[in-house]
Write a protein that binds this ligand. Sequence first.
Ligand code: FMN
Length: 210
Amino acid sequence: MKVLAINCSPRKNWNTAQLLKSALEGAKSVGAEVEYIDLYDLNFAGCRSCMLCKRKGAERCHCYWKDELSPVIDKVFSANVLFIGTPIYLGRPTSQYFAFMERLHFSSLSYDDYSNYFKGNVNVGMFITMNATKEFYDKLYKAKFESYADDFKALNGEVSLYPCYNTLQVKDYSKFNMASFNEEEKKKVHDEHFSIDLENAYNLGVRLNR
Ligand SMILES: Cc1cc2nc3c(=O)[nH]c(=O)nc-3n(C[C@H](O)[C@H](O)[C@H](O)COP(=O)(O)O)c2cc1C
C-alpha cells in the first residue's frame, strides 16, 4: 500500500502535523510505504488555466504546470491512501489547501461531459483541527466541512473525516493578546484529549490500509 500524507497547515509540528504523522505510523504498522509532505514548503499557486490538461490527447489526471505541486498531484492519483490535514482558518480550510484542491480536481474533470477521468481508488482520511469546541463545530462548521470532505469522493474510495476540537494554538497564551481563550482550560483539554486524537489517527491509519 502506498500512503501519502499532506499537511496543509503552515506549522510543521503542531496539531495537524502530529495527527497526520500518527496516521502514518498506523499505516506503517500494517506494512504501508508512506510519504509525508508539508504543502507550505512547496512553491506553487492555484490553477493557472493553462488548459493543457484539457488538450486533445492529454494525459488524464495530470497537471501540466511545471512547479512543485504537479508531482504531488501525480502522487495522489497513484496512492492507495491519502491523509490530508488542514486547520480551520476563518471558518474554512487554509488557502494552500484550496489551491491544491483546485489543481487536483481540475486535472481529473472532463470538460466533455463533466465526468471524472479518475478511475482508480484512493481511500482518504481528512483531519481538521480548530479552536472551536465540538458544540461550536457541530453548529457552525460540520455541514461545511463534511461537504469539503465529500470533494474527495472523486477519488472513488472511502472518505473519513476526523475533526479535532479545541486545540492548543500556542504554547504560552500569556505572551499573546488572546484573552478570549482560557489557557488553563485549553491545556486541560489538550492533556485529556489530544493523546486520544493521536490514537484515533493511528487507528485510522491502520484501518484505511487494510
Ligand atoms: C489565520 C487563522 C485563522 C483561524 N481561524 C479559526 C477559525 O475560524 N475557527 C477555529 O476554530 N479556529 C481557527 N484558528 C485556529 C486554528 O484552526 C487551530 O489553532 C489549529 O489547530 C491550528 O492548526 P496547527 O496547530 O496544525 O497549525 C485559526 C488560526 C489562524 C492562524
